[in-house]
Write a new protein. Sequence first.
Lengths: 209, 205
Amino acid sequence: MSAIVTARELGVLPCGQCGLLCRGSHADAGLACPRCGTALHARKPDSIARTWAFLIAAAILYVPANLLTVMRTDSLFGSEDHTILGGVVELWNDGSWDLAAIVFVASIVVPILKMLVLAVLAITVQRHSHWRRHERARLYRMLDAVGHWSMLDVYVVALLIGLVRFRGIAEVLPGPGIAAFGAVVVLTLLSSISLDPRLIWDARDADRA
Amino acid sequence: MPTQATIALLVCEQCDAAHRKSHMRRGQVAQCARCGARLERAQRLTPDGMLAMTIAAAIMFILANIYPIVRVDVRGAYGVSTFWGAILASWNEGSETVAVLAALTVFFAPLAELLAAGYVLLPLARGRRAPHFAGAMRVLRLVGEWSMPEVFLLGAIVALVKLGDLATVIPDIGLWAFGALTWLITLVTAFDHRWLWDIAMEAEA
């Protein structure tokens, strides 16, 4: 592979908003893009601290999100409490194994993997690790692509509440777990937005200097 | 004020590697030599075409929000639900978080996306740059992270299947409109912001 030169080494700051390449270095604070007026930063400010803050908050809320009920169904056959995992099991037992798989991935696999990946990326960046940079860069891009699919369960609950409103026959009511679950999804999204993937590669740049 | 650097470079947004810019054919994609991220994609649509997609998406957005998503029949008890019916029911049943999250990600974010795209593209299709172009582009980029009609569409399908053994469910116009909206809004927002900025700078204010 030919030698890679970074924008930072060239003394170029790409505007995070409009992409204009401006002359400037990491040390120049308070510069604004001459084209769109956005503040220029070589890297996202306080990237790692913000990533951890959102991630830790998400991990804490993940516990009630899975333990508390996300919705309650009242029908002629009695009332039933549902958790996130319980919803997957029901779909599976009903014979919709394909949808059960989709919901399992969106509601359980994606949030857990997202938090693990964010933690691994944050730790390795903090240690200026050289370990598997390509794979970590790809992990970050995957995170970006699949993160918002976890919102699925929030929509399912909202729609079921709106659709099943037959007093005395059948009713669906929200449980406290769904608010916690929605908060987990939003917090993990904020965490991955805060993480600057360029930091993964900065280790080598620092060594070279 | 910093000055503009040479524009013959393409800098990877994911790893900061600088590349020499080269000419690309329509639909071609440039990849970063270091981290493999997408550097740039040669645009398939002109601002004209994007404007047409935005208007089509806006029509679907209106249909998706006023027509019922699904009709339900439980032993003679008959119910319909629009998107807003579901939001209001969630709010009234005490789950304000669900109502606010769904309204923000399925209604307000796509609405802001479509308005900002239309505002930027309408003058640009005639070779002019809209006043406050930078502000509209900032809105477009910010709300893009939170616009999720595609996830809602899948959620609606899951909800339909879950109801399947309790009631007879019939998908309605709203659901089809959400499907079309998802496809169109993806086309509208898939463009490269840097490309639109470059076109806008060539246009007169």
